[in-house]
Design a protein around this ligand. Structure first.
Ligand SMILES: NC(=O)c1ccc[n+]([C@@H]2O[C@H](COP(=O)([O-])OP(=O)(O)OC[C@H]3O[C@@H](n4cnc5c(N)ncnc54)[C@H](OP(=O)(O)O)[C@@H]3O)[C@@H](O)[C@H]2O)c1
Length: 274
């Protein structure tokens, strides 16, 4: 499929565009001729990405936006409309992971996790729904392999991503009559900052990602696969070979996952506390 033909001139709003998968998606959409609206909290990073894209002759706009703050996504959507005249594709990508065994964390940790990963996605949906209706556009939701498999030490994150998958499933049918496609992306391990962010959503750049390099897919590769799935309006795409394998095992041999989970599998430590 000719992705340039597919995305040329499209207006794409991406939350969490300052890092990792979101930033890689912005580069890839821009490369395909789309206009990209870059939304996140860290303006310095967004501005650097904006300069990079502008210097390559691409169209982009920087939008300061905290998906947990009432009104922020609405103004991001308004500014995207003002800049590009419409919104064709919305990528609800902003997210992070709270870690720890349930007994060692608090309700506030769960609530923070849901504010960003679940209510942030819902805020993004409500702020852009009318735009997508007008453009008969596409809503892309970032789930995770963790939306199929819940392991010790990662309950808040898995719960939030199970919720995103449930939302995608329902929205897919609800939005069909309006011509809006819903694409759920469920990545396995992808190179990004996510494992350097603590339970409050703060980045610890000095902290080491506990995962070995070889298991992580580069964010650029993940972004290319995501664009291909969006172009095809695939209802769901699991990214990474290990991710596909894990979901397959969970579907067909769930006891195998329980067996490994029960054999000392424990989550990663919280960055900044190790
Ligand atoms: N990398 C993986 O292995 C992996 C696997 C499965 C799913 N995912 C999902 O992929 C998505 C992107 O994560 P990533 O891996 O690219 O991590 P990342 O490098 O840490 O990027 C996360 C992005 O989310 C933004 N963000 C976080 N909280 C936000 C808030 N309250 N408001 C607005 N933006 C916020 C961050 O920007 P600011 O801090 O500047 O706001 C950043 O741009 C997440 O939904 C994650 O759950 C990742």
């Amino acid at each position: 499929m000719d992705l340039k033909k597919k995305f040329e001139g499209k207006s794409v709003l991406i939350t969490g565009a300052s890092s990792g998968i979101g930033a890689a998606l912005a580069r890839e959409f821009a490369k395909m001729g789309a206009k990209v609206a870059l939304a996140a909290r860290r303006l310095d990073r967004l501005e650097a990405l904006n300069r990079e894209l502008t210097s390559l002759g691409r169209s982009s706009v920087v939008l300061e936006c905290d998906v947990t703050r009432e009104g922020d996504v609405e103004s991001a959507a308004r500014r995207t409309r003002e800049s590009f005249g419409k919104i064709d594709i919305v990528v609800a990508n902003a997210g992070y992971g709270v870690v720890g065994n349930v007994e060692g964390i608090s309700l506030t940790d769960f609530s923070n996790q849901f504010e960003t990963n679940v209510f942030g996605v819902l805020r993004t949906f409500y702020a852009t729904y009318e735009d997508l209706k007008r453009s008969r556009g596409t809503l892309v939701l970032l789930g995770s392999v963790a939306s199929y498999i819940s392991l010790p030490g990662a309950a808040p994150y898995s719960m939030s991503k199970f919720a995103v998958r449930a939302l995608a499933r329902a929205l897919r049918e609800e939005l069909k009559p309006h011509g809006i496609s819903v694409v759920l992306i469920s990545p396995g391990f992808v190179e990004s900052d996510i494992r350097r962010v603590d339970n409050l959503g703060k980045l610890h750049p000095e902290s080491e990602d506990p995962l070995p390099h070889w298991i992580k897919m580069p964010a650029e590769t993940a972004a290319r696969k995501i664009l291909a799935a969006v172009a095809r309006k695939k209802p769901e795409e699991i990214i990474t070979f290990h991710g596909k394998l894990a979901v397959w095992i969970e579907r067909h041999f769930p006891k195998l996952i329980s067996y490994f989970a029960g054999r000392g599998a424990k989550g990663r430590p919280e960055p900044g506390r190790d």
